[in-house]
Design a binder for this molecule. Structure first.
Ligand code: SP5
Ligand code: ZN
Length: 353
């Protein structure tokens, strides 16, 4: 399969994230992608390419998924941050104040001029630092997702957007969970716009794909399915429950399969079969897989117990859907093993098609 590599990913390199009252080293680091690349060097899965997507095409695609004010916020966030205080040039951007939901009396219809306040309108956690190169890195990553979708629209069985920062927590107008632009949603929308009438997204990251769910929640043309740690105990906590089935025209086009922390491959695999059955029942003609590898037993921030060899089985099962498939690189923080696990999945998929 063709692999679209984000050559700008190093420009996004956060130093620390807020975790329970202290700053800890970032989990979402450039070395993650570098390890995938190194493993692909040892076990090639296809041609490595740079996306060829012009700025105007990219901007138009971003606007299909994200709100204009949010894109504008991202485009100038770093400059706005430094303008608040020149000393900020040495600090990563993180929000530290948020409006609670409007039932508490806070208003979000009066956009604050203060940038620190605006950050709280668009960011939902203090664990997703943004810096000078974030916008460029995220844009190039979105281009990878669009190029991968284009490859599949051109008849390829599969393609892989090898990019970071990840995307599945980013919504129409919010960032968080290390994500800024929703690469999987951009790929799914591109597949729709390219002629696939029904597209499915099957998110296998440890964390609920809240951004993707929210983007497509009221739509009947894109099925969103996510297998993840139960939000009652696991991040992102405030979405991802089994009773979220979609709304309006999208009623029935969202499926959450939360599993308890501690789940191993046997039970996870049952959920995968349920997810694949839903994809088949939906009648999708194309599939997007936000490929998180943080279900791994050695992941430092997650709680499932998949082993490296299991990822080949996952890839094989995904291939069994028989659909043209776009993969996007999402989570996976056991840095030394993330390359092996990613390539195991791709190899398992490739062997089965
Ligand atoms: C794309 C993705 O996988 N995003 C996940 C974001 C998770 N953010 C919360 C992480 C909490 C970090 N916990 C540190 C525990 C150290 N023992
Ligand atoms: Zn994750």
């Amino acid at each position: 399969m063709k692999i679209f590599l984000n050559a700008d990913h190093h420009r996004h390199a956060g130093r620390q994230e807020m975790f329970r009252g202290r700053m800890v080293p970032c989990h979402e680091v450039p070395a993650r992608l570098d390890h995938v690349l190194a493993e692909l060097g040892r076990r090639p899965q296809g041609e490595l390419l740079s996306p060829a997507i012009g700025d105007a095409t990219l901007d138009a695609a971003l606007a299909r998924v994200h709100r204009p004010d949010y894109l504008q916020f991202l485009a100038t966030a770093w400059a706005d941050w430094v303008a608040m205080d020149p000393a900020n040039a040495e600090r990563d951007v993180l929000p530290s104040v948020w409006p609670l939901p409007s039932r508490h009396g806070f208003r979000t219809d009066t956009p604050p001029a203060n940038f620190a306040a605006r950050l709280g309108l668009y960011g939902f956690d203090a664990g997703s630092p943004l810096m000078a190169g974030t916008w460029a890195a995220a844009r190039s990553g979105a281009a990878c997702a669009l190029a991968a979708a284009g490859e599949v629209l051109g008849g390829a069985r599969s393609a892989f957007a090898l990019t970071r920062p990840p995307g599945h927590h980013a919504g129409p107008d919010f960032f968080g969970g290390y994500c800024f632009l929703n690469n999987a949603a951009l790929a799914a929308q591109a597949l729709r716009d390219g002629g696939h009438h029904r597209v499915a997204v099957l998110d296998v990251d440890y964390h609920h794909g809240n951004g993707t769910q929210t983007i497509f929640y009221e739509r009947a043309d894109v099925l969103t399915v996510s297998i993840h740690g139960d939000p009652r105990t696991e991040y992102p906590f405030f979405l991802g429950h089994a009773d979220e089935r979609g709304a309006g025209a999208g009623e029935g086009a969202n499926l959450n399969l939360p599993l308890p922390r501690g789940t191993g491959f046997t039970d996870w695999r049952v959920a995968l079969d349920t997810a694949l059955q839903a994809v088949t029942n939906f009648g999708a003609s194309a599939l997007v897989v936000p490929m998180g590898l943080d279900t791994f037993e050695g992941d430092p921030i997650s709680g499932f117990h998949l082993r490296s060899a299991d990822y080949a089985t996952v890839g094989q099962a995904l291939a069994g859907a028989g659909l043209p498939t776009v993969f996007t690189f999402e989570g996976g923080y056991a840095v030394a093993e993330v390359g092996i696990n990613a390539v195991n999945l791709l190899e398992g998929f490739g062997r089965a098609v």
